[in-house]
Design a binder for this molecule. Structure first.
Ligand code: FE2
Ligand code: FE2
Length: 295
């Protein structure tokens, strides 16, 4: 059935309203307080410490990671202050946001049409690491915002799974059978896609503007404002790299490899640079396992 643009936008708005009234809104509660501190370049270790200490499961996890053999502390770290000093403020911020986003992926739903939450989470982690490494190595920026946006870029899938489960299962099934991207199938069937759903919810929940723009435009960087264009472009490339390195759901194609190639050219990302980034991403993904994050 052909839907008009206004019917599509009404359907999207009603989905946002349902998300607000359902268990999905717990996503906001899980990360809202932390996002400000993580994304603010001027935040202080004390602000982060205060957030961690009022969340005992998070504090326990942070200390577990800080005490992992990877960080090689000569003595057991039992206080968040000690962890900040030993592993560093930026590394701790990354651990905190990774833990909290993991909570989102593990507390909602199970497998749908062959796509498991573990696959979706691993894909999100890979995109976060790729985006951060591109920012750091190619643009000399810290990339904390890019990392967070990578972790959350596909959270619209969780919303679709929870609130439009049957449609979402059909979309995934169709995605494994045709050479069409998921977002094209979503647009065709629903009139909107998971990037729009995630982006509009992030905006509605007052997440930082950079984050909602990155999520909204991770499949359409050409539509991002000039302020957020780099993040959207980097997320698009990071997503392509994850697809091409089997860090996604088998059988599904990424939107546009040609667009990815021209974006890499426009951003001066050479094949050599991308290969180094892929290698490092694999090292960091393995390190996350070694640090015992999710065990
Ligand atoms: Fe996506
Ligand atoms: Fe993705």
């Amino acid at each position: 059935m052909h839907q008009t643009a206004s019917q599509n936008s009404n359907a999207l708005l009603s989905l946002v309203k349902r998300a607000d009234e359902s268990g999905i809104s717990s996503i906001k509660g899980i990360i809202a307080g932390i996002l400000g501190v993580i994304s603010d370049a001027d935040s202080t270790p004390l602000e982060l410490k205060n957030i961690i200490e009022v969340d005992p499961p998070l504090a326990a996890r942070v200390l577990k990671v800080a005490n992992s053999p990877f960080y090689g502390s000569p003595r057991t770290l039992s206080e968040i202050d000690q962890a900040i000093v030993w592993i560093g403020f930026d590394a701790l911020k990354e651990i905190v946001i990774t833990q909290k986003c993991n909570e989102i992926f593990t507390s909602h739903g199970k497998e749908v049409a062959g796509l498991t939450r573990a696959m979706l989470w691993r894909h999100s982690l890979a995109v976060a690491l790729f985006a951060k490494l591109i920012y750091r190595w190619e643009f000399g920026k810290k990339g904390a915002g890019a990392y967070t946006a990578g972790l959350l870029h596909d959270f619209g899938f969780i919303v679709l799974d929870q609130l439009l489960h049957n449609d979402f299962a059909e979309i995934l099934r169709e995605g494994t059978m045709v050479r069409q991207s998921i977002e094209e199938i979503e647009q065709k069937r629903l009139g909107f896609d998971h990037a729009m759903v995630g982006g509009i919810l992030a905006e509605h929940w007052n997440f930082p503007g950079e984050l909602s723009a990155g999520i909204s435009h991770h499949h359409s960087p050409q539509n991002a404002s000039s302020e957020h264009a780099l993040l959207a472009q980097v997320l698009f490339i990071a997503d392509c790299l994850a697809f091409n390195n089997e860090l996604w759901y088998g059988g599904i194609v990424h939107g546009d490899d040609k667009q990815c190639h021209s974006l890499c050219l426009a951003l001066n990302l050479s094949e050599y640079a991308l290969n180094r980034i892929i290698e490092q991403m694999r090292i960091e993904l393995a390190q996350i396992d070694d640090k015992g994050y999710f065990k």
